[in-house]
Design a binder for this molecule. Sequence first.
Ligand code: ZN
Length: 249
Amino acid sequence: MTHIEWLSSACSPAGVRIGVTNRHAGFSVGDYASANLGFHVGDDPEAVRANRDSLTALVGCDITWMSQVHGTHIASADEAEWGPLGYLSVGQADAIIVAPGQAGAVMVADCVPLVIADTQGRYAAVVHAGRRGFEQGIAQRVVQALRDRGVAELEAYIGPAICGKCYELPDQMAHELWRQFPHTRAITAQGSAGIDIRSGLVAQLRQCQVSRIRTSSVCTYESTDYFSHRRATHQGQATGRFAVIAALS
Ligand SMILES: [Zn+2]
């Protein structure tokens, strides 16, 4: 059965459960072993279905998914429709806002999974914050969307993602990003230009007065417990996706 690690409720806002899956104990084989949740990565759909269904059972309500496109569209789980694969989906989006009784998922394998939640537990958002979404300000846009709904105080959780020591970019691209977002500046283990998206997100969220921010220390590239697109690519392999879930009771 797909594993999910729930963040301690003492660390989450009232009524908000935040869970992180890993790659263990699922039904997929080969490069996707074993708890791949993505239908779009070339895995056997029946295995993905079994992984998603066991995750739904663990979460205890239907999960809303999205087709992530490195953009800035913010969807609401209220708009979700049952897709041909049998799962609730908001279609193309890079953030889903959920309300009580709903759960949303962001799928990743190095990109940053982010949850921004109302400390009163009325809303939470799961956010796909890869480099391109980060550059386009997806985090601030989600904060604004939650504030537009009347949320005063927000907390954030930044999940497992590739770290600055492992995320190498060509010099020119890295330097441009460092210039725009100084907190992303990192040097890789090889001494080349790197970027740290999670540090950049922390700085952005602080600017938006998000009151408490917790950041996972896990690097997906280094930890074999999670899927890593970059590690797989370096090894000539395909890879799956794990997920961060926000569920509101
Ligand atoms: Zn790393």
